[in-house]
Design a protein around this ligand. Structure first.
Ligand SMILES: NC(=O)c1ccc[n+]([C@@H]2O[C@H](COP(=O)([O-])OP(=O)(O)OC[C@H]3O[C@@H](n4cnc5c(N)ncnc54)[C@H](OP(=O)(O)O)[C@@H]3O)[C@@H](O)[C@H]2O)c1
Length: 300
């Protein structure tokens, strides 16, 4: 599979696997290791996590699965995120969710991640969400320390607007290597808020979360979902595939920004469809039919 170079010393697989839903898959440690191995055999080497996934359980489940095969660690890229403090029984006493990018909280999150993954480095740490209370000087100093100590090799952001990215970047030594945002045939927000233009201008390769609309493209309920499902199904027929998934992934992959879909499936067969979408070539007209089905309006 094509590797996507993001900065010196860092490339992601074009298709990334996301582990947010890991607890739903009810996999044993051995089944998860088999899944990781099969994903790697298909060229999927980048795995997306966050401290909060599975109520703070997913990083450790993944680390436990990798443990019997320590040689795999250096062949994969571990992405994780921090900063969201949800209300959870795990951390009693919190009255509401807050975002915390203080030096202490970031350091603690990274130490937890290193222990959970049983590794001594995280490939990429993402700021999970922008915060109205983010102190960029403090964050930049924390990043510099983590980089210098070798605990985190690279930094990125998630759910940032161009302005938020620019602001943080102005305090950092190295620009954030990616911005992970929601992009799918059901979510065109970043085509409309200037982010796509910004990615192209800055040569930032975005990661796309919920590339299949969190599974909603298969169970259409709203009018938009019905229009998109119909367009994807028609185009799947035209492209001689019975997989709506493949068409949705191919739609993301065709965009010139070099979108890297973060597939959230727990099925290795469905992850394979994402990989096969790399060979599915849709026409410009087919791309626009999906876009227009999503907006519900002809182009001006
Ligand atoms: N940065 C952020 O704020 C943020 C937010 C959300 C998610 N993420 C990341 O993005 C990743 C992907 O998000 P996501 O899980 O919402 O992605 P997704 O790929 O859009 O949705 C995955 C869901 O779709 C279902 N699905 C896939 N193919 C299907 C099919 N053919 N028929 C029916 N259902 C199907 C999957 O079920 P099966 O497992 O049964 O295939 C799974 O429940 C997450 O794991 C996480 O790493 C990041």
């Amino acid at each position: 599979m094509t590797k996507v170079p993001l900065t010196a010393g860092l490339s992601f697989s074009r298709i990334i696997h996301g582990l947010w839903r890991l607890p739903d898959w009810n996999m044993t440690t051995k089944e998860l290791l088999d899944f990781i191995r099969q994903a790697m055999d298909m060229g999927v080497t980048t795995f997306d996590h966050a401290d909060i996934y599975g109520d703070f359980s997913c990083e450790k489940l993944f680390g436990d699965a990798l443990a019997p095969e320590p040689g795999l660690r250096q062949k994969i890229q571990i992405v994780t995120k921090c900063g969201i403090k949800p209300v959870t029984k795990k951390y009693p006493g919190r009255k509401i969710k807050v975002y915390d990018y203080s030096r202490e909280y970031i350091f603690r999150s990274v130490e937890n991640a290193l222990a959970n993954f049983r590794t001594d480095y995280i490939d990429v740490l993402l700021v999970h969400r922008p915060s109205p209370m983010l102190n960029p000087e403090e964050l930049a100093a924390a990043f510099a320390y983590l980089k210098q100590s070798g605990k985190v090799l690279h930094f990125g952001v998630s759910n940032f607007t161009p302005g938020q990215y620019d602001m943080l970047n102005s305090y950092l030594d190295d620009k954030p290597v990616t911005n992970q945002v929601e992009i799918s045939p059901l979510c065109l927000e970043h085509f409309e808020n200037g982010n796509m233009d910004f990615f192209l201008k800055e040569r930032i390769k975005p990661m796309a979360w919920s590339p299949l609309g969190a599974g909603r493209i298969f169970k259409p309920e709203t009018e938009q979902e019905h229009r998109v499902f119909e367009a994807l199904t028609e185009i799947a027929e035209e492209l001689n595939t019975d997989s709506v998934d493949k068409v949705a992934y191919a739609w993301l992959l065709k965009h010139p920004a070099g979108i890297m879909p973060v597939a959230g499936t727990g099925s290795i067969g469905r992850l394979k469809l994402a990989v096969e979408a790399l060979d599915l070539d849709m026409s410009l007209e087919q791309w626009f039919r999906i876009y227009v089905a999503s907006t519900g309006e002809e182009l001006p």
